[in-house]
Design a protein around this ligand. Structure first.
Ligand SMILES: *[C@@H]1O[C@H](CO)[C@@H](O)[C@H](O)[C@H]1NC(C)=O
Ligand SMILES: *[C@@H]1O[C@H](CO)[C@@H](O)[C@H](O)[C@H]1NC(C)=O
Length: 248
């Protein structure tokens, strides 16, 4: 008899505390900041809440869930193993290592990120995105610094500079273009065998950028002319030209 009373008491006790199935909507919904496509109704259908992606807070208690939790490349709510934080963090369940280039031409760090982007697009009535290929999306080089023109006296030290960006990182070459009498052009790869010329190339200043210079020291009369900077990668090449003029 004692035991029965005790059990009844425990059941009563339980029903008094808020059970997870019980819903009571707050008077006003909290402000949320996430893209419209990541908004869903919370478990109690009271308010809109944000679906969490990599690293964002999750907890049923505050109505924050992880995106695509039923999908292989979705996110699950991982609790802090030390138990210090009572909220969890969304983490990609199978973080297939990227980057991946999506069919939309955007680079995604993981397959989970691509999956979320695809899902958001479908919500916008746009077509879904699949992996186009493994790795960053390739981009045709662009010149971020052009050689320009240099005017100086013989005996001085001058340079033509060129800087390019592209994925994969481009390589840069310089050539001198000489117009021949029969109107054809002669190309001479720099620094050629000229003792007063050097080509310097170094990566940077930013990722996927490369900087290059033709250094001329001392400037001589035969160095005057048209020079071309050519930046190339797997996607193609771009070029621009600049003159070295001798002033007397
Ligand atoms: C997507 O299409 C559906 C049905 O055609 C429409 O009801 C909905 O408003 C559209 N959503 C957006 C974001 O355009
Ligand atoms: C010529 O080069 C020198 C040394 O690089 C530089 O100090 C000078 O300003 C240049 N002159 C002209 C006209 O650009």
């Amino acid at each position: 008899m004692k035991l029965v009373i005790c059990v009844v008491f425990m059941l009563l006790g339980l029903s008094h505390s808020q059970s997870p199935d019980e819903c009571s909507c707050p008077e006003s919904c909290p402000e949320i900041s996430c893209p419209a496509e990541l908004r869903v109704r919370d478990r109690c259908d009271c308010c809109e809440t944000c679906l969490g992606v990599e690293g964002s807070v999750c907890s049923e208690e505050i109505g924050r869930f992880c995106a695509l939790s039923d999908h292989k490349y979705g996110f699950s709510c991982v609790m802090d193993p030390t138990g210090k934080d009572r909220y969890g963090e969304c983490h990609c369940k199978h973080p297939k290592k990227g980057p991946f280039c999506g069919q939309d031409g955007v680079t995604y760090k993981t397959k989970c990120d691509l999956q979320v982007a695809s899902w958001m697009r479908v919500k916008r009535n746009s077509s879904k995105v699949d992996v186009a290929y493994h790795g960053e999306c390739e981009e045709l080089p662009i010149l971020t610094r052009r050689p320009g023109n240099v005017n100086n006296r013989t005996g001085e030290k001058v340079y033509l500079a060129c800087e390019a960006y592209g994925i994969p990182t481009p390589h840069i070459t310089f050539r001198k273009i000489t117009q021949l009498e029969d109107e054809s052009e002669m190309f001479e790869e720099m620094p050629s065998d000229r003792l007063n010329m050097a080509v310097q190339i170094r990566g940077g200043p930013d990722k996927h950028k490369i900087s290059a210079w033709v250094l001329v020291d001392p400037l001589m009369n035969e160095d005057a002319g048209l020079y071309e900077c050519l930046a190339s990668n797997t996607q193609g090449s771009v070029s621009d030209k600049g003159y070295i003029n001798i002033i007397h």
